[in-house]
Design a protein around this ligand. Sequence first.
Ligand SMILES: Cc1cc2nc3c(=O)[nH]c(=O)nc-3n(C[C@H](O)[C@H](O)[C@H](O)COP(=O)(O)O)c2cc1C
Length: 209
Amino acid sequence: MAITGASGAPYAVRLLQLLTMATRPVSLIVSAHGLRLLHTESDLESMDDLRRAVGGAAWDACVTVYEDTDRGAAPASGSAPSAGMVICPCSMGTLAAVACGASRSLIERAADVALKERRPLILVPRETPLSIIHLENMLRVSRAGAVVLPAAPGFYHRPTDIAALVDFVVARVLDHCGVLQTVVPRWGEGTGGAGTTRRPRGRPSARVD
Ligand SMILES: Cc1cc2nc3c(=O)[nH]c(=O)nc-3n(C[C@H](O)[C@H](O)[C@H](O)COP(=O)(O)O)c2cc1C
């Protein structure tokens, strides 16, 4: 998992919480601007702060941190075992670098490796409006096999707080990571779809299977 400098630090924190609750091993890379946005948006000034926000014990059991400047670290090689990669949030800068295979940082190289090894690569961009260059880069990475999953929460689960909006996006990411999640009811399971009962308002359960 990589965290880059797009707005959306709360998505990254919640995704890490749920991945570690699901006891998934996580190789974590945070770009310099990813850390800057964690500070700006979530008051997390350091990796120690991020560890505490995720949950110290779960973090210690699951998370290995790599420096974004270290292009010789394990995620730089296709021989390192990996179930895939998610970049959440993904800046337009990192998207562009992935789209052209720049590999000028560990994050960019690990994404390049995911594509060449035909492993899942999930990008969670956040930008608005989108330029033609942004759109073309998204098309390019999609054609190369990545999933572009914009940080664009829906409203049909009747969110009443920011946490519910965050969970909406993170739940879709977990679906694409192959991690079974129950934090947001699926359409038709209490979300107000035809033949269903609407779920009571409030934050969904944090249970992850
Ligand atoms: C407060 C702040 C908010 C930003 N929000 C976004 C954003 O939503 N999307 C984006 O693509 N870039 C955004 N940026 C710009 C990126 O952080 C910048 O392009 C950076 O070089 C990305 O580097 P990285 O991909 O290595 O993290 C923001 C920057 C700052 C300081």
